[in-house]
Design a protein around this ligand. Structure first.
Ligand code: FAD
Length: 439
């Protein structure tokens, strides 16, 4: 992935400083001396609180930070740090109990019922938060409901965490320190409010209208959208936006889709090509031109170099072709002369989205497409089966160093393509991947 290392380093340092801030501030006040291990146990709790509060920041889709890491990497980081927070939260009482068993009374409802209930509830909520995120499909939780529950549980965990800190009061006797912890809570809740209310509120003032719905091969549908009373959206070929197909942006249904149209058609017109997967994408079939939509974006760093001397190898499968189609359409509009090579895997010929256009584009650009079919029709002379290292070796350009490699498709295909390219000597920084299953 090509992200700015310098900016990523700056943001990572800022993240660490902010996550550690509650612990640092707590120790700035007058603290009666206690044993080393008690301090370690309490310190773990403060760091846990900092990490938990910062989780809201990582999912905030801030345009100034996302480019440094990529949205999918930020979600991965958010996921890993959720596990770190869980370990810290659990370690906090464990270390305290080991250091001084009298701390057990915090969890004893006979000593103080509200305190014990709140602490048991927060441990339960955090376990539920992590379990539903790791095993959402096992719980049969629809993505939209999971997102709602996730936000509510996370807000509850931080709320109880801060309340617990203030109630225990050992490190927060000074009013300014109390104020700081109220600010931590306010900041976390504010970020949640921003994601669920303020961003949709802003989107409400920038509606889009669905102007056309085109059926494509492979149970996919192209939606064309035009801005209603605003300047539209500029994007770069390869990027994506979050699409809401509804009269209001205040809905749980918001889905990421890559732009499939030429970026030169923007900002007045954008297109997305949606493959029917589940409830939302299936509803696209019945969407009627004229209905309202909302877009949030653009996001993404699946971007070809601006230098036309750098060629593109596109290794795509199924609907993973959409961001590359946007690139091809943009290159065609710009009469870009770079070398373009696509290896496109599908089950059957009938599934090959944009088949006819890809054939035509070969006449307009320095572009060659190799179709790979799992179930080829009778008399098929092209490639059969799945994308493998051997197949890639047969079709990759020999001057491989002069290319960037774009990979987008089913998880298994992407893993094979990434590993094979690295084994063949292509450098990591030449490889760009877009994962449609990032959540
Ligand atoms: C960067 C990116 C670009 C994408 N581009 C395209 C594209 O051009 N064309 C295309 O057909 N698909 C694309 N997708 C995939 C598309 O977002 C999902 O297929 C779609 O959200 C499925 O929703 P559903 O309700 O129809 O299916 P469901 O069966 O409800 O969901 C299938 C899976 O999709 C994921 N998903 C569901 N809802 C969301 C959501 N709101 N946000 C994120 N993930 C969700 C979940 O992992 C879920 O398990 C892209 C995904 C990403 C991350």
């Amino acid at each position: 992935m090509k992200y700015s290392l310098k900016r990523a380093f700056v943001w990572a340092t800022a993240y660490l400083a902010l996550a550690m801030l509650p612990a640092l501030v707590a120790y700035l006040g007058p603290v009666p001396p206690r044993t080393f291990w008690v301090e370690v146990g309490v310190g773990l709790g403060f760091v846990a609180l900092g990490v938990l509060a910062m989780q809201f920041f990582l999912t905030g889709r801030f345009q100034s930070i996302v480019p440094s890491f990529g949205l999918d990497s930020m979600l991965q980081i958010h996921r890993q740090l959720g596990l770190v927070a869980l370990v810290l939260v659990l370690a906090h009482p464990v270390v305290l109990f080991a250091a001084d068993p009298s701390y057990f009374e915090f969890l004893d409802p006979r000593v103080e019922l509200p305190r014990a209930l709140a602490l048991w509830a927060v441990i339960g909520a955090l376990l539920l938060l992590v379990a539903t995120s790791l095993w959402r499909l096992v719980f049969r939780l629809e993505y939209e409901w999971w997102r709602l529950v996730h936000g509510a549980l996370a807000a509850f965990v931080v709320f109880v965490g801060v309340t617990h800190t203030l109630q225990v009061g050992h490190y927060v006797s000074e009013p300014w320190i109390q104020g700081f912890f109220v600010l931590v809570l306010g900041g976390a809740l504010g970020l949640l409010l921003n994601a669920r209310l303020i961003r949709p509120w802003r989107m409400r003032r920038r509606p889009w209208r669905l102007t056309a719905v085109r059926e494509e091969r492979g149970d996919a549908w192209t939606l064309a959208l035009e801005p209603q009373g605003h300047a539209g959206m500029r994007f770069r070929a390869g990027q994506f936006a979050w699409l809401t197909l509804n009269d209001t942006p205040f809905t749980l249904q918001q889905h990421p889709y890559s732009f499939s149209s030429s970026s030169d058609d923007a900002p007045d017109r954008v297109e997305f090509t949606v493959k029917v997967e589940g409830d939302f994408s299936a509803s696209v079939r019945d969407a009627k031109p004229g209905r309202l939509a909302f877009l949030e974006g653009p996001f993404g760093h699946f971007l070809p170099s601006p230098d036309p001397r750098v060629g593109c190898v596109m290794i795509v499968g199924g609907v993973g072709v959409t961001p590359c189609m946007s690139m091809l359409r943009t290159f065609a509009d710009r009469e870009d002369g770079r070398n373009l090579n696509m290896i496109y895997a599908n089950v059957a010929l009938a599934d090959v989205i944009f088949f006819e256009e890809l054939q035509r584009v070969q006449e307009r650009l320095h572009f060659r497409v190799t179709h790979v079919l799992e179930e080829p029709p009778e008399g098929w002379e092209g490639e059969e089966g799945l994308i493998t290292r051997d197949l890639l070796e047969r079709h990759l350009p020999t001057d491989w160093d002069a290319y960037e490699y774009f990979i987008c498709g089913p998880e298994a295909m992407m893993n094979i393509a990434e590993t094979s390219l690295l084994e063949l000597g292509i450098r990591q920084r030449q490889i760009l991947s877009e994962r449609f299953n990032m959540v």
